[in-house]
Design a protein around this ligand. Structure first.
Ligand code: AHG
Ligand code: MN
Ligand code: MN
Length: 327
């Protein structure tokens, strides 16, 4: 077998502190636990929804809540994490005043897939904690994505995989259940610059803004249209799953804002979803925008802020960006 995650983190070429090293290992161990819980969820009566909503008005699944409870156990992060913000919590929680980092996550992404045994994931983002010694406030988490010190996701698919960046390229690890360890699969992953495959929830076509409609309509026209070539389409309804395909073989993923009142700023969240995924995509040579502008340059105004998301193979993302700038 190849390098373990721990061996990879110890390699001198990475600019990471011993605390960040421990934090990543703790995140990977927590996700390995969650992988086992998800992998036996029907057998343990852990599927289905609870009769409650999160702060964003979304019905919570049993596993949304259970996974969040798993990730916020303070003993996991002792000496590394000062505070946590999660998609499933109203506000931040303080963890360890001596921690150097802020941990931000979407514990289960794509949770509508849980009940159909489809792909889901965990997305995480890590920022430097302020060194003031004062209690944390929400404002401490409101940093542009370009300031992330690490970002990644774990995909609970046929194989459980960790995709990770520290701003020096992207590496993919596979979780070996019997050995209870993570092993390097690919390092310095690069997304193909060109693609002929798009991912968008096309049932929202009538709600899209003109630049999105123009781009997708041109793809759909295929060989007979201005693009002069046929396109393929995929949509898993799990950002982690769709993004993993883009990272693996190229493509463009879009969840744009549209004319529906509850999607006027997009559906995906800046801190828990867009920033860490945009960090990975850029580190793999792709591009990530909100329409006219780069996602990682956005300054979030609140913890649960949403954003339009368009990312993947550089040529196609730049084409969509030019349509937004012309409009
Ligand atoms: P979450 O399960 O964390 O709420 O995120 C679901 C997101 C994302 O993973 C996916 O791309 C998108 O919602 C799917 O939305 P639609 O059901 O509107 O297609
Ligand atoms: Mn999500
Ligand atoms: Mn979620």
């Amino acid at each position: 077998m190849t390098q373990t995650l721990s061996q990879y983190l110890d390699a001198a070429k990475l600019p990471i502190s011993p605390e960040l090293n421990r934090l990543i290992l703790a995140m990977a161990a927590s996700c390995a636990e969650l992988s086992d819980i998800i992998g036996t969820s029907s057998l343990n009566n852990l599927q289905g929804a609870l009769d409650q909503e999160n702060v964003q008005g979304e019905v919570q699944k049993k596993l949304d809540v259970l996974s969040n409870e798993l990730f916020i156990q303070p003993e996991r992060w002792h000496g590394t994490v000062a505070g946590i913000a999660s998609e499933e919590m109203d506000t931040l929680i303080q963890v360890d005043a001596k921690g150097d980092y802020l941990l931000i996550f979407d514990p289960v992404d794509g949770s509508s897939n849980l009940d159909v045994n489809g792909t889901v994931g965990t997305i995480f983002s890590i920022l430097d904690a302020p060194k003031t010694g004062a209690d944390l406030t929400e404002a401490d988490f409101l940093r542009p994505g370009s300031e992330q010190v690490a970002g990644g996701y774990v995909l609970y698919g046929p194989e459980t995989q960790l995709v990770l960046t520290f701003g020096q390229g992207v590496a993919i690890f596979g979780y070996h259940r019997h050995k209870n360890d993570w092993f390097l699969i690919r390092d310095q992953v690069q997304i193909p610059v060109s693609t002929r495959e798009f991912a968008i929830n096309a049932s929202n076509h009538r709600h899209w803004h003109p630049p999105v409609r123009r781009y997708i309509d041109e793809c759909l026209a295929g060989k007979d249209g201005v693009r002069g070539t046929d396109f393929n389409m995929r949509w898993l309804a799990s950002m982690v799953g769709d993004v993993h395909r883009v990272i693996s073989r190229g493509g463009i993923f879009m969840y744009p804002s549209d004319t529906r009142p509850n999607v006027s700023n997009g559906k995906l969240r800046v801190l828990y979803e867009a920033n860490p995924i945009a960090f990975l995509i850029e580190q793999a040579g792709g591009a990530a925008i909100n329409g006219p502008d780069r996602i990682l340059d956005q300054m979030p105004g609140k913890l649960h802020q949403r954003t339009s998301v368009i990312l993947g193979s550089r040529e196609e993302v730049e084409r969509v960006q030019s349509y937004f700038r012309e409009a």
